[in-house]
Design a protein around this ligand. Structure first.
Ligand code: PAF
Length: 281
């Protein structure tokens, strides 16, 4: 695997491959099996696989874990090499944002102001801005994202469609530990006791999906039920929400709901670690 710290170096390396199909998987590093599954999937869609590692300051709010975010570059490179990735773009902040980034992609508030965006204002503006910039740098034909960050994928798909990026977006299923916990770089913050408790989130979301499939349409009752269970086990939930997959808005009480179009999303703190997860109905 070739590692490119500069935009010019990456562009030069990709120049001979411009007539081939290039797949791109952006990451912030600290790679786990979920990321590696994306790399493996990327290989099925392209001749050349490019990954990036860049911890993007723009998507963290003051007081979030930007400084503490785990940086494990050597181990990440070994995993990417083993996964058959051809090129890694790994810029530092000066390369990526030589002056403070003054131009931004501003997703509509209906997309960036709800769920994660309500609790992390500006997060999706930071994500959309860095992803657009990475897309322009790499110029892939296809890019892959994990469905664990369901709202992120929704924002990126809409950005690509509305701004005319000529890139196919593939969303891949969430990869889970044997006990159901969705893999995440932030799982590493959990204490042993919290790690044992953490799979409850996925279990509760699964119960909601089962209930909806069985005909339960009392969505707020189901959401409140999960909130209560989590609170009783020491969690501090931000949201538990049953939403339409396409735009993450609430299914209106009056519209006839096609349950296959719904997703159940949650974010909750366990100790000092904030976990998110979702399940499609
Ligand atoms: O999902 C992530 O790791 C990040 O949000 C992304 C897409 C790499 C942008 O920084």
């Amino acid at each position: 695997m070739q590692v490119h710290p500069t935009i010019a170096g990456l562009r030069a390396a990709l120049a001979p491959h411009r007539l081939q199909r290039i797949a791109f998987v952006p990451t912030m590093g600290n790679l786990h099996d979920g990321h590696i599954a994306l790399m493996t999937e990327a290989r099925k869609h392209a001749d050349v696989v490019v990954a990036s590692i860049f911890v993007n300051r723009l998507q963290f709010r003051p007081g979030e874990d930007f400084e503490a975010y785990p940086r494990t570059f050597q181990a990440d490179c070994e995993r990417l090499t083993a996964a058959g990735v051809d090129h890694l773009f790994a810029p530092d902040e000066k390369e990526m944002y030589p002056q403070p980034q003054a131009y931004h992609i501003e997703p509509p508030m209906t997309h960036q102001g709800v769920l994660e965006g309500e609790f992390r204002p500006g997060h999706f503006r930071g994500v959309a801005t860095v992803v657009a910039k990475l897309f322009n740098i790499v110029q892939p034909q296809v890019a892959l994202f994990g469905k664990k960050d369901f709202q992120q994928v929704m924002v990126i798909k809409n950005m690509v469609r509305e701004l005319g990026f000529f890139i196919e977006i593939i969303d891949s299923p969430t990869i889970r530990a044997d006990d159901g916990l969705a893999l995440s770089s932030r799982n590493g913050y959990l204490t042993k006791q919290e790690r044992a408790e953490a799979p409850r989130l996925a279990r509760e979301l699964t119960k909601v999906v089962t209930a909806i499939r069985a005909g339960n349409r009392d969505f707020s009752g189901l959401e409140n039920g999960v909130r209560e269970v989590l609170e009783n086990h020491g969690w501090v939930p931000d949201y538990i929400a049953i939403r339409r997959k396409s735009d993450l808005q609430s299914p209106s009480a009056h519209e006839s709901v096609q349950v296959e179009n719904l997703v159940v999303l949650a974010a909750a703190k366990l100790g000092s670690t904030r976990l998110i997860d979702n399940m499609e109905v």
